[in-house]
Design a protein around this ligand. Sequence first.
Ligand code: 9D3
Length: 276
Amino acid sequence: MTESHVPFWHVTVLTLFPEMFPGPLGFSLAGKALEKGTWTLEKLDIRSFTRDKHRSVDDTPFGGGPGMVMRPDVLDAAIRDAKARQEAAGLKPGRIVYLSPRGRVLDQALVREIASEGTLTLLCGRYEGIDERVIEEHRLEEVSLGDFVLSGGEPAALCLIDAVVRLLPGVMGNVETAGEESFERGLLEYPHYTRPPVWNGRAVPEILLSGHHEKVRAWRLEQAEKITQGRRPDLWSDYLASRPAPKVKKRRARRASAEPTKTTAIPDGNGGSIEG
Ligand code: 9D3
């Protein structure tokens, strides 16, 4: 007996390489969720929207320069078809993301936002990029994975889909619920250990074998904070800023005396710097 579900999320991918999808996602929980119908994937081959004998999707850049540019007419036809198919399926039209090294850098906040919307369209570029007028015409949102160079948008699209799908209801199971995740609190993960208790002369930290859940929790938080402070000063300063200010006991105003009132430094584990 095969079960049928109402999908929580739909993604349409526009690409010159539809065979790349779902690709690696098929090996993970995302693939299981796709089989279950938790989310749906539509692949549209950009080349199928060409009308000329040579089926060309790119052309030389006006103004000269290296490489080729994806043609606006072909991309426009592909985007219109994606929208029409979504509408015919009764889906609410969602944002259209163009994976691009110029884009807003993807983070967990954007992933959460996209997961909360019903429909996503992804445009994967190849060559030097796409004709700028398509971005304007269809209000494309440019999203990047970061400051490094890929050969096209497809690997970035796969990463984005993976990040979104694991947030959909029922995909992850019991692990990492309700913001338990270190990253959700703005910290990097604490170190993990499993058996054996001593391996290659390296012992697991005593506290983790103690059974003191409260002490374990405190140790892990301390480790996560140290690791974040050392590796990611950007995350660390955001964390300090969003953390409730340490409570300082109010002291009654003292009567005027000969000595000026002394101020006491409050240890914050960071040498008093908010920069990390
Ligand atoms: C001459 C300059 N080009 C090559 C260095 C710019 C360029 C064009 C197209 C660089 C990369 C790409 C292809 N990249 C993507 O489509 C892409 C991407 C990326 O390269 N890095 C991070 N995120 C993304 S999202 C899409």
